[in-house]
Design a protein around this ligand. Structure first.
Ligand code: 3UK
Length: 535
């Protein structure tokens, strides 16, 4: 193929001096200089004679590897010959987790373009900065999500090429694709060409675009799923994070495809819908958030989960009580893992045998983690400091001054306060800017949340520091009650006493505020700042 490559991504990488140090010391990370990750994730299976294995199941259908390859190739032909998308162009993707949405991602990356996937429920005002920052001209959008995008096109006319999919209309992508050849010559990208820009679900400020290469996509598939999850080609992956969130992209699409296994995609995976899909499709590996496991633990009895063998929890800290509740409901020991959009996926985790309640685990093979003090010196065991990470993937913000804040002396700083114990396990404390300082004590909200969650009255909770003249800050707990409990002074006292009996008494929440529901990001994270602002 003779095409001019759009140099935008290469020209807007951070200066090399501000990159994190990258480490490729494992044999599985030796990738060739020319690499398109979709060739490895998709074409390789048919070439190996595995075209008849099932690649993706969603509510509507099941696609074998051969069928997914044909569909992807047909879409790739539409993108190149009908839309004129060139390698290096950014393509905005909007959709619910489904086979067709997965195929759009694969087609975009296969033609050498750059996938910019966005969470389905983002509004026009959230999409606009993404489109402007990544200079996006093309969009592929689920027919149910076009309204918000139309508002963006009015504000940003450069986004002039929007193709719908999934509606079956005469100009919808899948209809145009059906008329195209089922073969396509994969664009020959370099291993260090950008293939996706993932925007962080940041709580404040402009969203940050993280740039990841073809080799990064394969690296996350060749590390955590093999060493820690120990998944195989016979696994059937399921879960709830959107494919636009790199937790979901990896755990629900890339990992199964790399292994030649099956991805079960669920469009609107509320706890009961997810449980039903798990039972119906005999899912073996589930990946979702701690909050979802807590909600599902209470409902699991009614479903046949006998096929399920492994469960990954990520996105937020896993409270010990949630680990215990899930184990009691299903017999399965959760695998906790911390990942970040900047690092693409999980870098600190544990196997089931090594699970330690309250700890996230140890650096997975391929990554290194240390705890740094404010001056950047490494701290020994037992001391709380800033988590710092290095490995084959790392932070490269698209044209953003905040690069210098995330990367320090080659280390990625995730913004989390952690401590390492004498056995090398890393224990999450809080986001560094969420640490509560009350009467001179450093208090980590999640420890108090874990304690509260062990009380049967508590459905969900979030602990924050509130300004206080005397103590600087006081510990305040926002609580969603289970049915049957009244939001009154006696429940407040009950919960305060429970915390005093569970952890160091001085940490008990001096204020308890009852709520009906919590503000969460689309990736499932509690928005503590919104709780604070709600007062
Ligand atoms: C927090 C956790 C404690 C932590 C993500 C798996 O969450 C992901 O990416 P984000 O960029 O957020 C990163 C931040 O979320 N966090 C995530 N997992 C845990 N805190 N325990 C955990 N197990 O503050 C981290 O810095 O949205 C997770 C895979 C890919 C991801 N992008």
């Amino acid at each position: 193929m003779t095409t001019t490559v759009d140099p935008f991504a290469r020209e807007h990488l951070p200066p090399l001096a501000l990159w994190p140090e990258l480490i490729f010391d494992l044999p599985e990370l030796q990738y060739p200089a020319e690499l398109n990750c979709v060739a490895e994730l998709l074409d390789a299976h048919a070439a190996r004679g595995d075209g008849d294995r099932v690649a993706i199941i969603d509510g509507e259908r099941s696609l074998t590897y051969a069928e997914l390859l044909s569909l992807t190739n047909q879409m790739a032909n539409v993108l190149v010959s009908k839309l004129g998308i060139a390698p290096g162009n950014r393509v905005l993707l909007r959709g619910f987790n489904s086979a067709i949405f997965a195929a759009t991602w694969l087609a975009v990356v296969k033609i050498g373009a750059i996938a910019v996937a966005t969470m389905p429920l983002l509004r026009a005002r959230d999409l606009l900065p993404v489109v402007e920052k990544a200079k996006v001209r093309f969009a592929l959008c689920d027919h149910r999500l076009t309204d918000e995008l139309a508002a963006v096109t009015t504000e940003h006319p450069a986004l002039d090429s929007v193709l719908r999919f999934g509606g079956g209309g005469p100009l919808d992508l899948e209809v145009l694709a059906a008329a195209q050849p089922t073969t396509f010559d994969t664009f020959r990208t370099a291993a260090d060409d950008t293939c996706l820009i993932a925007f962080t679900s940041g709580t404040t400020g402009q969203p940050k675009g993280t740039m990841h290469f073809h080799r990064d996509v394969l690296a996350i598939c060749d590390l955590f799923p093999r060493s820690t999850l120990r998944a195989t080609r016979d696994d059937r992956f399921i879960g709830s994070p959107p494919l636009a969130f790199t937790f979901g992209l990896g755990a629900l699409l890339l990992f199964p495809l790399r292994l030649g296994a099956t991805a079960i995609l669920v469009e609107k995976p509320s706890p009961d819908v997810l449980l039903r899909a798990m039972a119906e499709h005999r899912a073996t590996i589930c990946s979702t958030s701690p909050t979802a496991y807590r909600a599902m633990a209470g409902l699991a009895k009614g479903f046949d989960l006998t096929a399920l063998r492994k469960c990954v929890s990520a996105g937020e800290a896993l409270p010990a009580g949630t680990r215990a509740a899930w184990k009691q409901a299903t017999g399965i020991e959760l695998i906790d893992g911390i990942g970040a959009t900047e690092l693409l996926h999980i870098f600190l985790s544990h196997t089931e045998e090594e699970a330690r309640p309250g700890a996230t685990g140890k650096p997975i093979p391929g990554y290194q983690c240390v705890i740094l003090d404010d001056e950047g010196r490494e701290l020994g065991p037992g001391l709380v400091g800033r988590l710092a990470v290095k490995g084959p993937t790392g932070c490269r913000y698209l044209d953003d001054d905040r690069q210098a804040l995330y990367v320090e002396n080659g280390w990625n700083l995730t913004g989390d306060a952690y401590l390492r114990d004498d056995d090398g396990y890393f224990h999450y404390q809080a986001r560094t800017d969420d640490m509560i300082i009350s009467a001179g004590y450093n208090i980590a909200g999640p420890e108090i949340e874990s304690a509260l969650l062990t009380h049967e009255a508590v459905a969900e909770c979030g602990v924050v520091g509130l300004p206080d003249e005397e103590r600087g800050q006081i510990v305040a707990a926002f609580v969603v009650l289970r049915p049957g409990y009244a939001p009154d002074a006696s429940t407040t006292r009950l919960l305060q006493d429970h915390v005093k009996q569970t952890i160091a008494p001085y940490k008990y929440p001096r204020r308890i505020i009852f709520k009906e529901a919590f503000p969460r990001t689309e990736s499932g994270k509690l928005q503590r700042f919104k709780l604070r602002e709600s007062l």
